[in-house]
Design a protein around this ligand. Structure first.
Ligand SMILES: *Cc1c(COP(=O)(O)O)cnc(C)c1O
Length: 393
């Protein structure tokens, strides 16, 4: 059996999205800035996509800027705000300790330019406390940027409350909603959000396209100089097929949101309950306030990377708690932020589901994991040590 359970890394393009893209890859190939009809048809494609994305977020079309993805949207919101606010002498930014690297590395860069960053704790449950934000805001705070839902442990932040605090204090609030868009109901008005990043490939749209919602009245500096695309803020000929695919995927996800959330929550809980039967395992992140598709479990005495290899041999695609992509063996900053010890963080497994996963697939994962854990533990000197310490052996 082949089971794809790494939907937090990327998702499969939906048929609806592909169908929406095809015309712009074939007949309607015109440049959206050209005045003849195939150019204008492309232009309509861009604006229709913008309107669809805006509607889903309860925003206005002129508040949506297409970008190349989530990382670009995060960079633009943060660096753009920093540039504006530095002129007013505001050089303090508040974030959480477990943001995506697109946010954390951008902030590290700003620290080199004299910005001061406060990293709010996320506690054992992986959730920011609104009172911590309230206490951290200062006269010179330029921006608060806190993710909507965490990409590793799936915990959902109290965005509406955090946004309300920012509104009250007159500080702009940006949220990296890359894991939330298309998976949770989002309303930028009700949620008190000033800027929001999203990325199509996390909700069955194409890769290389995303958007930044930027509330009317916030005039970020241009990201790319050149033509008049994206109201002159981000120049470059529009990738109409990608925009159309993103809009179609988002609308499809939103149209089935309730149903998908119920289904995935039930699959998720079945998977959590099944895997927690393994000795010395623990669920990372709050059990209730988490994305419907996210499971993140640590198994003591196990090396996450080896676990992934064995799972791959059984046809299961998942992800671990090490920063393997960066080529280092440092455990994930997210798992360390919720207080896990290095060796426990190393033995972590993230399984992220989508609405097309089935109960049979979940049961297959539950069947495959325990024997692999046992095998790895039997080979592990660390496991021997753990058993001695606990007096098991
Ligand atoms: C995937 C992801 C990003 C990066 O988005 P890209 O479109 O791949 O650049 C940013 N933030 C979070 C939370 C993510 O999950």
């Amino acid at each position: 059996m082949q089971v794809y359970a790494d939907n937090a890394a990327t998702t499969k393009l939906s048929k609806t999205a592909l169908d929406a893209m095809m015309p712009y890859l074939t007949e309607t190939f015109g440049n959206a800035s050209s005045l003849y009809s195939i150019g204008q048809e492309a232009h309509h494609g861009v604006e229709a996509a913008r309107e669809t994305v805006a509607n889903v977020l309860n925003a206005k079309p002129e508040e949506i800027y297409f970008t190349s993805g989530g990382s670009e949207a995060d960079n633009w919101a943060i660096k753009g705000t920093a540039e504006l606010m530095a002129k007013k002498g505001k050089k303090h930014i508040i974030t959480s300790a477990f943001e995506h690297h697109a946010v954390l590395h951008t902030l590290k860069k700003l620290e080199q330019y004299g910005f001061e960053v406060t990293y709010l704790p996320v506690y054992e449950n992986g959730i920011v406390k609104p009172e911590d934000l309230e206490n951290a805001i200062r006269e010179d705070t330029a921006l608060v940027t806190i993710m909507y839902a965490n990409n590793e442990i799936g915990t959902i932040q109290p965005i509406r409350e955090l946004g309300a605090i920012c509104r009250k204090k007159g500080v702009w609030f940006h949220t990296d909603a890359v894991q939330a868009a298309g998976h949770l109901p989002i309303d930028v008005e009700k949620d008190n959000i000033d800027m929001l990043s999203m990325s199509a490939h996390k909700f069955h749209g194409p890769k290389g396209i995303g958007a930044l919602y930027c509330k009317k009245g916030i005039r970020l500096p241009n990201l790319i100089e050149g033509g008049a695309q994206e109201r002159g803020r981000r120049a470059g000929t529009e990738s109409v097929y990608a925009m159309a695919g993103m809009a179609a995927a988002l609308k499809e996800a939103n149209d089935h949101l309730e149903k998908n959330m119920v289904k995935m929550t039930s699959l998720r809980n079945r998977l959590i309950d099944g895997l927690l039967k393994v000795d010395l395992s623990r669920l990372n992140g709050d059990r209730e306030q988490r994305l419907p598709g996210n499971v993140n479990i640590s198994f003591e005495g196990v090396e996450g990377e080896s676990l992934l290899l064995y799972l791959d041999m059984q046809g299961i695609s998942a992800s671990s708690g090490s920063a393997c992509t960066s080529g280092s063996l440092d455990p994930s900053h997210v798992l360390l932020a919720i207080g896990l010890k290095h060796e426990v963080a190393h033995g972590s497994l993230r399984l992220s589901l989508c609405e097309s996963n089935t109960e049979a697939e979940i049961d297959y994962i539950i069947e495959c994991v325990p024997p692999i854990i046992e095998r790895l533990r039997n080979m592990s000197p660390l496991w021997e040590k753990i058993q001695k310490e606990r007096g098991i052996a």
